[in-house]
Design a protein around this ligand. Structure first.
Ligand code: COA
Length: 256
């Protein structure tokens, strides 16, 4: 398959996936999400691939969120579908039987942070900034963030991030347990590769089983994921959502 929005290359047992919409800060439009799903599927049964590294093109952003342009004029039902579509990708990554590492090379906001949260390990560059700014759009996180952020940093810090919509610097994210390591930008890929190489030296079956069992222990939160999808869709019916999205696209502050 040829990809328009991502780059997939396979080198020495690792599939490198780069989200490649640099002029839009690698925002996840529907096509990009579909391509990411296809890329992950394509390496699932490829025995030459033992792990995945995901990053964003350029030096500014990992992914600056879901593509807000695509939100405009969507109904609650359509909002719910958008959320479900994103959830399918995030669940696929979280439950992938081979290790998936996010290399957070800049802004990881909204759906971008949610993508990183779905990965098994997160390495951030010192320049990375992370946040869930959906409340500024009259929305809530819709790709699993309300659930996975709580798992990593606890309810208090998660609610602070979700309710303020403020960004967190890499070093704070590390202290909170949101990222596993913080390194120089140029060290991101090498650091991830070192971790992957260690994992590749272990039993494939044990690695796959461990991922499955860790996820099984957290699966009681599935209802939380469904309520996120329902609530995300509902936000699309609100006037504040119309205002938030219009304000972003018109490059002005929203009037809530
Ligand atoms: N969806 C769609 N387009 C986006 C985007 C998103 N999530 N994030 C950035 N872009 C686009 C901008 O619209 C702009 O496009 P343009 O050049 O055609 O006008 C381009 O990417 C560059 O972004 P810009 O805002 O000019 O860069 P900046 O350095 O001034 O600000 C951010 C960077 C990340 C702070 C800012 O882009 C931002 O707040 N993005 C939205 C983050 C967000 O709310 N994400 C959650 C979505 S649910």
């Amino acid at each position: 398959m040829s990809y328009q929005n991502i780059i997939l290359s396979i080198k020495e047992s690792t599939a490198y996936i780069t989200i490649n919409r640099e002029t839009k800060l690698n925002a996840l439009n529907q096509d990009t999400i579909a391509e990411l799903k296809a890329a992950v599927d394509s390496v699932e049964h490829d025995d030459s691939v033992r792990g995945i590294f995901i990053t964003g093109a350029g030096q500014k952003a990992f992914v600056a969120g879901a593509d807000i342009q695509e939100f405009l004029g969507k109904s609650s039902e359509e909002g719910k579908s958008l959320s479900s579509f994103g959830h399918e990708l995030m669940d696929k990554i979280a439950n992938f039987s081979k290790p998936v590492i996010a290399g957070i090379n800049g802004y990881a906001l909204g759906g971008g942070l949610e993508l990183a949260l779905a990965c098994h390990v997160r390495i951030a560059s010192k320049t990375a900034k992370m946040g869930l700014p959906e409340v500024s759009l009259g929305l809530i996180p819709g790709y699993g963030g309300t659930q996975r952020l709580v798992e990593l940093v606890g309810k208090g810090k998660a609610l602070e991030m979700i309710l303020t919509g403020e960004m967190v610097e890499a070093q704070d994210a590390y202290q909170w347990g949101l990222v596993n390591q913080v390194v120089e930008l140029y060290e991101l890929e090498g650091t991830a590769q070192n971790i992957l190489n260690k994992i590749y030296s272990r039993s494939r079956n044990a690695v796959a089983t461990a991922i499955g069992v860790v996820n099984a222990g957290l699966s009681k939160q599935k209802d939380g994921y469904q309520s996120e999808i329902d609530a995300f869709g509902k936000c699309f019916g609100s006037e504040e959502f119309q205002e938030g999205v219009s304000a972003f696209l018109e490059k002005r502050k929203p009037r809530f």
